[in-house]
Design a protein. Sequence first.
Length: 240
Amino acid sequence: MRYLNYCLLFIAPLLLSSRRDKPAKLHLERSGILRHIPEPSDVVYDKDSGHYFIVSDHGILFECDTNGTILRKAAKEGMDFEGVEVKDGYVYVSDEKPRRVYKYSKDKLELEKVYTVSFSGAMNKAFESITYNYSKNCFVMVSQQPAVIYEYDDNFQVLNKYPFPGARDISAARWYNGSFYLLSNKDNTLYLCDASTYEVKKTYKLNIINPEGLAFDAGGRVIVTSDDMQSIYLFNSLPN
């Protein structure tokens, strides 16, 4: 009996930890087809206009309303747009294959500057994301495979990097409301992380095909794009 009690002292915490770490599921509220946006690879919500900025694998930047209707398209195109962020009147876009970041003016969608970022991995396994980490005042891009988190200054010079071994790949990243979120296409999982250390705090399962882009709207609802399905999905706000 003493042996049994002794074992339970060690087993019980493991069982509780397993229950606590079980991924939560998000509830899909609605979805739509982005008919005129080929392979939408990322999305960001602009709180000033209430619109989405969406980038395409075909190297095109779009501004859309919340129904996915195209309002504007940037004239300057790239090669393989994978990530998009809005900050201080500008739209930043990561172009994976040539390892570039494009800086567009938000009001005119005109290209103002191009930055070159280095990555020594495979051509199509580089940066699938771009976001600004307001908790650390730096830009962040995450390599797809292997998943490594890179922090950059405003001129896209590397400040720090952090391996992220908990996922098979990373397809999107987004800072929101004091936390940092990473999306894995292969794992169909959204990771809520500490915005300073990138330690995983909680996970959420997504029951959709090929989740690629990630954003949060004004109400905290989760927005995901799928390039293979050419679709945009709106989920409920994250449960506590």
